[in-house]
Design a protein around this ligand. Structure first.
Ligand SMILES: Nc1nc2c(c(=O)[nH]1)N[C@H]1C(S)=C(S)[C@@H](COP(=O)(O)OP(=O)(O)OC[C@H]3O[C@@H](n4cnc5c(=O)[nH]c(N)nc54)[C@H](O)[C@@H]3O)O[C@H]1N2
Ligand SMILES: Nc1nc2c(c(=O)[nH]1)N[C@H]1C(S)=C(S)[C@@H](COP(=O)(O)OP(=O)(O)OC[C@H]3O[C@@H](n4cnc5c(=O)[nH]c(N)nc54)[C@H](O)[C@@H]3O)O[C@H]1N2
Ligand code: SF4
Ligand SMILES: [Mo]
Length: 889
């Protein structure tokens, strides 16, 4: 492999599945750019994709295997895993072992994990973090279409005249799909966009209508639409007759929820006129696409929500046509691949089900000695069984459940008590690797090779372009070695991902005639390694028949026994976790623009860490006022599951009574940021997906006395600092070090003394100090040989306005400058504020200055002066808000 050539691969983040080109430059740094030949993104990348090179540092990398904390040769560690798994199986049977896997594994890793546990260990206890993500969509698709099929493709957006985003913040979570939508809207002024989301998100920037619904009310809203369509003669009777079943009971149920528009609107928390306007838009537009994501799936009624949406599309025949589709947009880069290989407890493999004919075919195909014959446990139950001791060995790969599962404190306790916890990861220290008896070094993005499938069923290759570090190996290799050591050498003799993919493709053709299965890529089985390596992105099915894969079900033939789609009778139910006197507020959780999940990768990039540098709790200003709380204050938020401290952010885009907190901060980055410790583990009864968007909570002030900003050239273990009893802290990566934000109950003077004592424990440093006891300001720099090691400023609660001068110290080698900085508490460099445009690193103040100086009235104008917003466009909504603000003031 030549290191200097651009290698085509795929972005490892969201389900958009953008094509990326990467290469090593002369300084051993990885450069990336968008792949203009990839059909998903045509060369565009968002801020996270563009910063991929910055996340490939050696920092914190897991390079070698560890058994009980001691480094071991990989082969020895794998032997240990094999013997402990065999022993557990022998003593306690197949139900005592479990694999918890991830939509970030490649298809080949996923396939081998599923084959090993279901086909050879005899247990179906394999579940994926996709349970927390896509499982309601999977179940909804199966109920409606007979198979888990996303009917549409991104091209639908370019052909639609109404795109409704339901519980999807596309602008931040699928930025390149959002850019496609935005461009489509510019090209076709008839295209209307509706956003259904309790929050006013950046996706509302291009919305013609925003329905700020009460959390959890989508079934009622779509039932109302169904009833409206019926009442106004807008159903497609011919389509219903020829291609569907279940119409009458589904409509009757819908009508029960929708007796009166005014009542319905009140239940949904919106104006009747707005609701009516949406209903009219849907009724009067032929080509409608409803894009839905976690605001739909992550609900105790997630599957019903999915079917309530699909019902409206089926009843109007708005499906299976370019520009007309119900479009579940997947979260992770290979969530779809995981569904193909069946690595969820209730799926088998290759879209086969637990039924005798399918089991027999799979058993023969795998030559399986011990095929699991019934579904295993789903994620939340899996960890409950780990806690109760029924599961005694768990292998976690490519996911961080100590942060991402609901009631995360209980998950941590379960892992602590489990006799065997194996974790494969690329990063040595995560909240989950802490609990590992065996840590296996997994090859990461750039080092591994395989297939992913994006939201629109597009298979794309991830290709390696850097050498693996230390003993790191792809997950399929780790799994195959353990399988061999457990006595299954023949079935796991894989030498390459190409061989595994070929087997997976062949399996997808099993029983192809017996069922109208859409997932069939059997034409790709038997690909040579060279052809696999050269494979161009393509959408399934790939079964040797010429067909247009952009819109499936265009012939009105579905995958059910009758060939007809099913309308499902669903009724709105209030959430099981209701807001009441003790917990009057609804906590919603989700994502921010520049971070990915538990930050193990995006947290390494300074570029991505500045847009939002601290976890925050967003609240409507009127709610904050009624609690007597101010913007920027640290507060305590508590639920029945636990409590944490978080910085309050007033945001008029929040609905009254609703709060929002991001999911990204783990214990590696903060003392209190793990929001899942508050989230209840109520799940959808069909899909088992947790209701991550809905937890009843309460709020109160936190009485702290002092705050600090601490700069350090190297990472510090603040959680170990005994002198900080309250220990609120958050860590942020900078280019040359780290910045910590702290708060404490001690006086500023005591906090300053505690910090100094802690820092002096780290080495023999000379300190330069400033103290103003009247103003309660304390500043200090610790220097050795003219080099800054750490510096901090401490003030009373709420008095820290900026940390810019501290950050600027890192770039100054001269101790005189440092001394001046500490004494003055100001920086020679101006405070430019947070980064707004990550791609071009443009900060807030620069943008404000440009707006003022040039009297800008559009984001394009701002971009022409300072480049902000001119690459991925994700910050354009923020630029527009800044322009609006400047016009008001
Ligand atoms: N930047 C970034 N992008 C990502 C990810 C990331 O970590 N960071 N993760 C990826 C993954 S795995 C996923 S699954 C996707 C998720 O992508 P999205 O689903 O778009 O993201 P979320 O922020 O989880 O939630 C979407 C919206 O649902 C709204 N919502 C909450 N409750 C309700 C409700 O009851 N009804 C309705 N209609 N809306 C509601 C929330 O307010 C939120 O704005 O993002 C992917 N892309
Ligand atoms: N409250 C709340 N909770 C949520 C959500 C929410 O909206 N609200 N969203 C849920 C959703 S949709 C999702 S998808 C989950 C995501 O949650 P997680 O899957 O737990 O989050 P990640 O940080 O993506 O974890 C991936 C881990 O895999 C490691 N890794 C990366 N590449 C590889 C590899 O090639 N091999 C191996 N073995 N490891 C690798 C990373 O270092 C990291 O530790 O969170 C869920 N939890
Ligand atoms: S939209 Fe961004 S994060 Fe998602 S695949 Fe494309 S570049 Fe990666
Ligand atoms: Mo997800």
């Amino acid at each position: 492999m030549s290191q200097q050539q651009w290698i085509k691969t795929t972005c490892p983040y969201c389900g958009t599945g953008c094509g990326v080109e990467a290469k090593l430059n002369g300084n051993a740094k990885v450069e990336v750019r968008g792949d203009s030949s990839h059909p998903a993104n045509l060369g565009l990348l968002c801020s996270k994709g563009a910063a991929l090179g910055d996340t490939l540092s050696n920092e914190g990398r897991l390079r070698y295997a560890l058994v009980k904390g001691h480094q071991e040769p990989l082969d020895k560690a794998l032997s240990y895993v094999a013997s402990r798994l065999s022993q557990t199986l022998g003593e306690h049977g197949p139900d005592s072992v479990a694999f918890y896997v991830s939509g970030q594994l490649l298809t080949e890793d996923y396939y081998v994990a599923n084959k090993l546990i279901k086909g050879f260990l005899g247990s179906a206890n394999i579940d994926s973090n996709s349970r927390l993500c896509m499982s309601s969509a999977v179940a909804g698709h199966k109920r409606a279409f007979g198979e888990d099929v996303v009917p549409g493709s991104y091209e639908d957006l370019e052909h639609a005249e109404l795109v409704t985003l339901v519980g999807s913040n596309l602008a931040w979570c699928h930025p390149i799909v959002y850019q496609r939508l935005k461009r489509a809207k510019l090209a076709n002024p008839k295209l209307k966009v509706v956003v259904i989301d309790p929050r006013r998100t950046d996706s509302c920037d291009i919305a013609d209508l925003h329905l700020a619904v009460n959390g959890g009310t989508d079934v009622a809203l779509f039932n109302g639409l169904f009833a409206y369509l019926s009442e106004h003669g807008k159903l497609d009777q011919r389509y219903l007759q020829q291609h569907t079943e279940g119409f009458e009971p589904a409509l009757a149920a819908a009508k029960q929820d929708a007796a009166q528009l005014s009542q319905l609107a009140e239940q949904c928390g919106i104006e009747p006129e707005a609701l009516l306007r949406f209903y009219q838009m849907f009724a009067d537009t032929e080509r409608c696409v409803s894009v839905f994501s976690q605001g739909v799936n992550q609900s105790a009624q997630g599957v019903d929500k999915v079917n309530a949406i699909i019902n409206c599309h089926l009843a109007t025949g708005k499906i299976g046509k370019l520009g007309a589709s119900a479009f579940s947009i997947t979260g992770q880069p290979n969530a779809m691949g995981g569904r193909e290989v069946g690595a969820l407890a209730n799926l088998l493999a290759g879209h086969l089900d637990y039924q005798p004919e399918h089991l027999a075919a799979l058993e023969a195909f795998w030559n399986s000695p011990n095929l699991a014959r019934r579904p295993g446990v789903k994620a939340v139950d899996m960890f409950a069984k780990v806690a109760s001791g029924e599961i005694k060995a768990i292998w976690i790969m490519g996911t961080n459940p100590a942060v991402s599962l609901p009631e995360s404190a209980k998950v941590r306790e379960a892992l602590l008590a489990c006799p065997l916890v194996v974790v494969s990861d690329c990063i040595a220290q995560t909240d989950t690797t802490r609990y590992a008896d065996v840590l296996l070094p997994a090859a990461g993005w750039g080092e591994r090779d395989g297939m992913v499938t994006n939201s629109e069923r597009m298979l794309s290759r991830q290709r390696a372009f850097i050498a693996p570090q230390g003993d790191t190996k792809p997950d399929w290799y780790l799994l195959s070695q353990v399988a061999k050591k457990m006595g299954f050498a023949e079935a796991f003799a894989y030498q390459s991902s190409a061989e595994i993919f070929s087997e997976h493709a062949a399996l997808s053709g099993l029983l192809a005639d017996a069922k109208q299965r859409k997932f069939d890529i059997s034409a790709l089985s038997g690909l040579s390694k060279a052809n696999y390596d050269a494979l161009l992105p393509q959408r399934w099915p790939v079964n040797g028949q010429a067909q247009d894969t952009r819109s499936l079900f265009s012939d009105g033939q579905f995958c059910t026994a009758s060939g007809k789609a099913q309308l499902i009778a669903v009724n709105y139910q209030a959430s099981a976790s209701s807001c009441s006197g003790d917990y009057p507020l609804l906590l919603n959780t989700g994502r921010v623009r520049d971070h990915w999940h538990t930050m193990t990768r995006t947290g390494l990039a300074a570029k991505l860490s500045s847009h939002i540098s601290e976890p925050m709790l967003e609240i409507n200003p009127a709610d904050a006022a009624s609690y007597g709380l101010a913007d920027g204050e640290l507060v305590v938020v508590n639920s029945q599951q636990g409590e944490l401290r978080v910085r309050l952010k007033l945001d008029s885009g929040q609905k009254r009574g609703h709060l929002f907190m991001p999911i990204h901060w783990s214990k590696q980055f903060s003392s209190d940021g793990v929001v899942s410790q508050l989230v209840n583990n109520i799940v959808d009864p069909i899909s088992g997906q947790p209701e991550s968007k809905y937890t009843a909570v309460n709020l109160r002030p936190w009485d702290y006395a002092s705050e600090a900003v601490l700069l350090s050239a190297s990472a510090l273990s603040l959680s170990q600092c005994q002198a900080l009893p309250a220990k609120y802290w958050v860590k942020q990566k900078l280019d040359d070090g780290f910045i910590y934000r702290l708060a404490d109950k001690q006086s500023p003077q005591a906090l300053a003394a505690a910090l100094k004592a802690f820092l002096l424990q780290q080495g023999q440093w000379q300190s330069i100090d400033f103290a103003d006891p009247i103003k309660q300001q304390y500043r200090s720099a610790l220097v050795v040989a003219g080099e800054l090691f750490a510096s901090y400023m401490v003030t009373a609660k709420g008095e820290i306005n900026s940390s810019a001068w501290l950050e600027s110290l890192l770039q100054q080698p001269m101790s005189d400058n440092i001394r001046r900085g500490v004494l003055a508490g100001t920086s020679p460099a101006a405070d430019l504020g947070k980064i707004v445009c990550s791609c071009h690193q443009v900060r807030e103040q620069t943008i404000r200055d440009v707006i003022d100086q040039h009297d800008c009235s559009s984001a394009e104008q701002v971009g022409s002066y300072c480049k902000a917003g001119t690459n991925c466009g994700s910050c354009v909504p923020e630029l527009k808000r800044m322009i609006k603000l400047s016009q008001v003031s």
